[in-house]
Design a protein around this ligand. Structure first.
Ligand code: FES
Length: 107
């Protein structure tokens, strides 16, 4: 199982084993990681699952699609070139060791 580490805005790190195919958001919510609100449940319609992907994994995580791109423009926290909506990143073996920093404001 690939692992994913969530870094909270206060620096706390939580590393979890993820099921291949589950999103980075799903994995966090199922395991009680705080800071990912996910109001829309993963429909790419709320931007409350905003994370900053570690630069080493940006290429593997892929680019935001057009809808995600629009939603990120309205995210509560600053958008950077590492911003993604965590419900739109599916875990895979290639993402083993992924690190994401949770955006400080989600709503
Ligand atoms: S959970 Fe709503 S956009 Fe990701």
């Amino acid at each position: 199982m690939p692992s994913v580490t969530y870094i909270s805005p206060d620096g706390t790190e939580t590393t979890l084993e993820a099921r291949v195919g589950d999103s980075v958001m799903d994995t966090a919510v199922k395991n009680g990681v705080k800071g990912i609100v996910a109001e829309c449940g993963g429909a790419c319609a709320c931007a409350t699952c905003h994370v900053y992907v570690d630069e080493a994994f940006l290429a593997e995580a892929g680019e935001a699609g057009p809808l995600e791109d629009d939603m990120l423009d309205g995210a509560a926290s600053e958008r950077t070139n590492c911003s993604r909506l965590s419900c739109q990143i599916k875990m895979s073996d290639a993402l083993d060791g992924l690190k994401v920093t949770i955006a400080p404001e989600q709503v």
